[in-house]
Design a protein around this ligand. Structure first.
Ligand SMILES: Cc1cc2nc3c(=O)[nH]c(=O)nc-3n(C[C@H](O)[C@H](O)[C@H](O)COP(=O)(O)O)c2cc1C
Length: 309
């Protein structure tokens, strides 16, 4: 009997739907047992978020500051053949509960020496979050063998708006009955079961021959050069804002509320004014930096860790 441990954190259930779809072919196989470990922050993060709460998790997300988690319930000494880490992205970083898990002693115990496959379900900016996750997987003595990413495929600006409305109202409807549904499309979630077939074949085979190239031929990872440029620029500004807010206090500290609100104004301005300008700049850079970008795209499409951001 092969054993897979799935560790995940999903607020609205979108990422869990992705996980369920990917694992459906595996669940049908009696030779493989799947154990699910849901990460539960203590206290839970709110959903829907108020605008302030949404911005108050920003500094710690970027600075990778842990939160408290409820105790892990899976058997940590079990000899898992594969660990699947499914996570969402908060501010170009893994969500805080996932960061908390990856930085815990339990993560090292569970992961050490084991193959890990990551599943990301986010809006569309995940490249630098995955670099942070790659580093922590390595630090925990595990090796990353595959990555599957599902994103919202609508236009970047439309996606920001529709996700923001979803996060702040809790409603996953079409905003004003005009905009598309927020998040990952139902069709993409439904079709994600194809990746489960690859995983199942690899788990059944003692040599565990799962390659990112195989997964990529089925559409596991697509890197958009324009978003790569934008993500790198935004992450530098995020770091400055994160440090600036954290100087005034930790999460929830009223002393930092003015700075959190200032960040809120920046975020709205950045989305409305700066993002369209950045998109134009990115399309110019895409032409000017064609070769450098091609190398970078190749790097982010695979799983080794050759540089730190
Ligand atoms: C505070 C916060 C920040 C987010 N930042 C990003 C981001 O930087 N990049 C991205 O692609 N998605 C971002 N998202 C969207 C999430 O990755 C995810 O798609 C959404 O929260 C739904 O996930 P769920 O399965 O936990 O409900 C953010 C969501 C939240 C709540």
């Amino acid at each position: 009997m092969k054993k897979i441990l799935v560790i995940y954190y999903s607020q609205t259930g979108q990422l869990k739907d992705v996980v369920d779809s990917i694992l459906a072919p595996i669940e049908k196989n009696p030779e493989v047992s799947v154990v699910y470990e849901e990460l539960k922050p203590k206290p839970p993060y709110p959903f829907p978020w108020t605008a302030y709460q949404f911005c108050d998790v920003f500094p710690e997300s970027v600075a990778e500051v842990s939160c408290d988690l409820q105790p892990i319930s899976c058997d940590m000494d079990e000899n898992y053949d594969l660990i699947i880490l499914a996570y969402t992205v908060w501010y170009l970083s893994p969500s805080i509960p996932v960061t908390a898990f990856l930085q815990s002693m339990q993560a090292e115990t569970i992961m050490h020496g084991r193959p890990v496959l990551t599943i990301i379900g986010c809006r569309n900016m995940w490249l630098l979050a995955q670099e942070k996750v790659k580093q922590k997987i390595k630090k925990n003595g595990a090796h990353l063998i595959g990555n599957i990413v599902l994103t919202d495929k609508t236009n970047n600006l439309v996606g920001v708006l529709t996700i923001a409305v979803w996060m702040l109202t809790g409603k996953k409807d079409r905003f004003l009955k005009f905009f598309p549904h927020p998040g990952i499309s139902d069709q993409d979630i439904k079709e994600a079961g194809r990746f489960g077939e690859n995983i199942l074949r690899a788990v059944a085979d003692d040599r565990f021959t799962l390659t990112q190239t195989d997964l990529n031929t089925r559409g596991a990872v697509t890197v958009n050069p324009a978003l790569l440029i934008m993500e790198k620029r935004v992450s530098k500004v995020f770091k400055i804002w994160s440090d600036f807010i954290r100087q005034k206090g930790a999460a929830g500290d009223p002393k930092r509320s003015k700075r959190v609100r200032a960040f809120m104004v920046y975020l709205i301005t950045a989305v409305i004014v700066l993002a369209p300008l950045a998109a134009i700049l990115a399309s110019v850079l895409k032409i000017v930096m064609k070769d450098k970008l091609a190398t970078e795209v190749e790097y982010y499409t695979q799983n080794s860790l050759i540089k730190s951001e």
